[in-house]
Write a protein that binds this ligand. Structure first.
Ligand code: NAD
Length: 353
């Protein structure tokens, strides 16, 4: 076995169907008296129900979260935090709402209780990506990591099948890159393989039957494990590509992950054989890149960057950004090969190593 360092992150995780009922106890456990409940405009109703359930412990609702955590939105929310004199934040939603919650905590270190409703995994990481003047930058801080995470399977039943598919592949991407991370370790690898398997088995069932509670439970369990991988070890080419593409062409987050993942795996396949075996085994496939490609096709996930709104003229620019300051990666980053990868992903072609 390779030498390793293992440093788990402090997290309190409450998992199960109906666990949102424990929110009041968790607010009290943290000694909070006046929390601000955060959501996107689309999930305002959920946030209002949740605030009502907290009674006098809820100071208000801020339902203005949007994707990529723009600083202007955070400043608006910070004004509410100050005006209402809140002493904690509660986020109900996906990575966009959780991003806002983390951005507030980074600024004033308020305790966070997070109730995830997608599979993006942000709740398990001390990482925050923020956008200022169209530029997204990422930082890590212990202040960013939520204190308590409540995974309530029932809240994921309304996640539309298409978003479940892309969000689930987004989660799988965290585990894939954890399996070949230079700072990886045996515990994280166990979580990664288990997380990929749980999602790969559950997502096809969810596509057929979106409210099948066992599949929803398995998918959320997988998403938790994959999010924990993202928080624990460094990410590589796949995340760098998605970050570069999302930032440069304002592409949707989960969909971009779904398109790029098979291509990034194929690029790294020959340089990370042990990781590839584990990914393939978790998928029940013969080969890792093809296994993810086939899963994404089966789920009807988007497979071409051009369908997400990226112009063909952007391929060169994307290759330039993606190869600038690359993250550590099993296979060296070669500009020509990365350009070909992006061109294939743009056109929706099959992955190629
Ligand atoms: P999202 O949070 O933007 O959600 C997409 C849409 O689905 C929103 O309108 C939301 O209100 C709606 N929605 C969410 N859950 C729902 C449900 N159960 N039922 C019905 N509608 C629901 O999407 P996302 O993919 O979860 O998050 C993307 C953002 O998260 C990006 O900004 C990304 O950078 C960030 N992210 C950060 C990290 C990190 O560690 N910092 C990790 C993953 C993602």
């Amino acid at each position: 076995m390779q030498p390793f360092v293992y440093e788990p992150l402090p997290a309190r995780v409450i998992f199960g169907a109906g666990t949102l009922a424990r929110l009041g106890d968790e607010v009290e456990r943290l000694g909070l008296k006046r929390v601000l409940v955060l959501a996107t405009p689309a999930q305002r109703g959920e946030a209002e129900r949740l605030a009502a359930s907290l009674g006098e412990h809820a100071a208000g609702v801020f339902a203005g979260a949007v994707m990529h955590t723009p600083v202007e939105v955070t400043e608006h929310a910070m004004a509410e935090v100050a005006a209402l004199g809140v002493d904690g934040v509660v986020a109900v939603g996906g990575g966009s709402t959780i991003g806002l919650c983390k951005a507030i905590a980074l600024r004033c270190d308020l305790p966070q209780i997070v109730v995830p409703t997608t599979y993006a995994g942000s709740e398990m990481t001390p990482i925050l990506g923020e956008t200022r003047d169209g530029l997204k930058t990422t930082q890590r801080s212990p202040k960013i990591l939520p204190e308590t995470v409540i995974y309530d399977v029932e809240l994921t039943l309304t996640l539309p099948p298409q978003l479940s598919a892309t969000s689930g592949i987004n989660a799988i991407a965290h585990a894939v890159e954890a399996l070949y991370a230079p700072d990886g370790n045996p515990i994280v690898s166990l979580m990664a393989e288990e997380g990929i398997g749980a999602l790969a088995r559950a997502l096809p069932v969810i596509m057929r039957e979106p409210s099948q509670s066992q599949a929803r439970s398995d998918a959320l369990y997988g998403a938790w494990l994959c999010g924990a991988c993202l928080g624990a070890v460094g990410m590589a080419l796949h995340h760098k590509l998605c970050h570069a593409l999302g930032g440069a062409f304002d592409l949707p987050h989960a969909e971009t992950h779904a398109v790029i993942l098979p291509h990034a795996i194929a690029y790294n396949a020959a340089s990370a054989p042990e990781a590839m075996n584990r990914i393939a085994r978790a998928l029940g496939a013969d080969e890792a890149a093809k296994g993810v490609h086939d899963l994404a096709r089966r789920l009807g996930a988007p497979h071409a960057l051009r369908d997400l709104g990226m112009p063909e003229s952007g391929i060169e620019q994307a290759a330039e950004i993606a190869t600038r300051n690359p993250y550590p990666n099993p296979r060296p980053i070669e500009r020509g090969a990365i350009r070909s990868l992006i061109a294939r992903a743009w056109a929706g072609e099959a992955p190629q190593g």
